[in-house]
Design a protein. Structure first.
Length: 568
């Protein structure tokens, strides 16, 4: 993984890597992590890029990244060069055009860019959930933070874009009334869906049969599956699905059974017991199987065994939904709620069925948000409270699922349609094309259209992160300048420079001048001369900032003193 020139044929922003956004091995596997891992794999295995720029917070993250890349490369044995740069030097991303972030909050990174000049590079984030206060705040803050039109936040579906625009528009009206805002500078908000590695879901007939045998499922039985976090308050409430399956299971004849495979993980024993006990109570005629979704092999077994995939999401935390796409790539017809991102991926009556969903109108959730805002309820209870204000049409679901259960031909038709749609529209090859097109557009905006749009070349820290010696300039008696005069002092500090630099109360920081610099400056004063700072700079040929930092150190610890005016 050595350095080589960047291939210009396919351009990709440098990737900000933090393991939490890509780790699928933890006990609490989240959708954003599964999406991040799939994204990283797609970049590495695409063979489009001979060099990937990686922006890292520390060496620990670098080690985790190299471990991840090695685990991916070992499967297909391609090669890619990694060019890493440290967290304090984001400006090095300019060689790649910018930085691709694993989440939607680009504000901190825009503030970091202020130090180098906003024209240096672009930033690109991506949405996962938009329901948390942190994410909503990141959208509302776009209007008052140094984001630029050559930045972007990718929205995974039109519904996500609409949510983002609502937040921004409400904040715009507030700022108009407060400060007379008449101009908005916003990042681009393109819609690019998440992608999948389609080849991972090309199961053989033998593997499908073997998977069903492992679960003791007969050939003519019908298997319905759900994959995802098993959480009634944060993903999808299970009762509409249980009610639907029980109704249909009771109608089956000739010993045919319905099996429901739920593959995921539970956040607590309380949630796990709720699923298991309510399955027995609500759908006793259905054979319910629970598999640990944190084991990738269980997801494959589930999809390979399935006749129908079902996910009746009813949660505002959902923004896209990868698992229905994975089912489609597996050739399985899907039944999903007509909800958010599902609406953009599953074509009704073509890849499966979308079941109508209903919510209450404006005003019915204000009490929930107020309690969440005030800390009277936590995030889980906030999103969990919205679940009971969302309805899924169970009767419609029963009708549509009946059609699929009773018609293997329809299942085959929808499954084939879904596989083609996943391959043509949501494969990573297609999605990476869209990323590259976006990056080219951002480059064009940054370099051409907006080069004179704003005073972007000025390099300064943002207003809430200013130089402390600027903010607190009223604290001291005086401030050093080029004309401040110093002379050598004797019998105040008898420690040599090495000794004082090794004191525990001094060596803890990394902003100290070096012993070599201090010695060079001190030698200028030991001839009992009275010298200005400008004289020291001329004598030592050191940079201004190095001299000023050394002078203040020598003054503080008694090696030199300021020559005062005689009338003082």
């Amino acid at each position: 993984m050595f350095k080589k020139p960047i291939t210009k044929k396919h351009k990709f922003f440098s990737l900000f890597y933090e393991n939490d956004g890509f780790n699928i091995k933890g006990k609490k596997l989240m959708g954003r992590q599964a999406a991040g891992w799939s994204f990283l794999k797609s970049i590495i295995l695409s063979n489009r890029y001979d060099t990937l720029g990686v922006y890292l917070r520390n060496t620990s993250q670098k080690e985790l990244l190299f471990d991840d890349v090695k685990s991916i490369l070992s499967k297909e044995n391609p090669s890619i060069n990694l060019r890493s740069f440290p967290y304090t030097e984001p400006n090095l991303s300019s060689e790649f055009g910018g930085i691709q972030l694993p989440g939607p909050n680009i504000i901190d990174f825009a503030n970091h860019r202020s130090f180098f000049g906003h024209h240096c590079y672009s930033l690109c984030g991506i949405t996962h959930t938009t329901a948390s206060y942190e994410v909503m705040n990141s959208f509302s803050s776009l209007l008052t933070e140094p984001v630029m039109p050559w930045d972007a936040i990718i929205c995974s579906s039109p519904s996500v874009l609409n949510t983002a625009n609502k937040i921004i528009d409400i904040q715009t009206e507030f700022l108009k009334s407060r400060i007379g805002l008449n101009k908005r500078v916003l990042p681009q908000l393109p819609i690019i869906p998440l992608g999948i590695n389609v080849d991972e879901f090309n199961f053989t007939d033998a593997y499908r049969a073997e998977s069903r045998q492992k679960l003791k499922i007969k050939k003519d039985d019908v298997v319905v599956s759900y994959i995802g976090r098993l959480s009634f308050h944060a993903k999808a409430h299970h009762l509409p699905m249980y009610l639907t399956l029980e109704k249909i299971a009771k109608k089956l004849k000739n010993g045919q059974k319905i099996h429901l495979i739920q593959t995921g993980w539970f956040a607590s024993d309380y949630i796990e017991n709720s699923f298991i006990e309510e399955a027995k109570k609500i759908s006793p005629s259905v054979n319910c199987i629970f598999l640990d979704g944190r084991d990738p092999s269980n997801k494959n077994i589930t999809l390979a065994s399935s006749d129908i995939f079902m996910s009746l999401s009813d949660n505002i935390q959902e923004t896209f939904g990868l698992t229905p796409l994975e089912a489609m790539a597996s050739g399985i017809p899907v039944i999903v709620s007509d909800w958010d991102g599902y609406r953009s991926t599953v074509r009704d009556n073509k890849d499966g069925f979308r079941i109508s969903s209903y919510t209450l109108g404006d005003g019915f959730g204000e009490d929930l948000m107020f309690k969440y805002m005030m800390g009277a309820t936590n995030y889980d209870n906030y999103i969990g409270g919205t679940v009971h204000k969302v309805g899924i049409d169970v009767k419609e679901c029963i009708d549509k699922l009946t059609l699929l259960v009773e018609s293997p031909e329809l299942r085959k038709k929808f499954g084939s349609n879904g596989r083609e749609r996943a391959k043509n529209d949501f494969s990573w090859a297609n999605i990476l094309d869209q990323y590259e097109e976006l990056y080219e557009e951002l480059d064009s905006i940054r370099v051409k259209k907006y080069s004179k749009f704003i005073d972007i070349s000025s390099k300064a820290l943002p207003s809430n992160r200013q130089d402390p010696f600027k903010l607190f300039s009223d604290y001291p008696t005086n401030t050093l300048d080029m004309n401040t005069k110093f002379k050598f002092t004797e019998n105040i500090n008898n420690l040599n420079l090495n000794e004082i630099l090794e004191l525990s109360s001094i060596k803890y920081t990394d902003v100290l001048p070096t012993e070599k610099t201090l010695s060079a400056i001190l030698s200028c004063y030991k001839s009992d001369k009275l010298l200005k700072i400008s004289d020291i700079i001329n004598l030592t040929k050191l940079d201004d900032d190095i001299v000023f930092n050394a002078i203040i150190f020598l003054l503080k610890y008694g090696y030199i003193c300021i020559e005062r005016e005689k009338n003082e």
